[in-house]
Design a protein around this ligand. Structure first.
Ligand code: ZN
Length: 93
């Protein structure tokens, strides 16, 4: 577990990735990436850095899910009701 988390941290220090890209690169499920994120955030904050989350947005109408506390992908846009939602992206600064 610690190894996967460290690998995610290493990747996010190098660039901006969404959960699907991270899951594919590390061979884990997308859901697991979201489960690791709160722990990763704690580790990163203890090192004086922050996990920046670029929020999900609807690719149809542009609605941005700014208020979401949990960094998971919403399934449907509350505004236009379509399911073309772009995953949130993560990076470490
Ligand atoms: Zn929409």
């Amino acid at each position: 577990m610690a190894t996967i988390r460290q690998q995610i941290i290493d990747m996010l220090q190098e660039g901006i990735f969404d959960a699907r890209e991270l899951s594919q690169a590390l061979g884990i499920r997308e859901k697991e990436v979201y489960e690791h994120m709160p722990h990763i955030e704690k580790t990163v904050v203890s090192q004086g850095k922050t996990v920046e989350i670029i929020p999900s947005h609807c690719t149809v109408c542009g609605f941005t899910f700014k208020d979401r506390k949990r960094p998971s992908r919403p399934s449907r846009c509350p505004k236009c009701k379509r399911e073309r939602i772009e995953s949130p992206k993560f990076t470490i600064r």
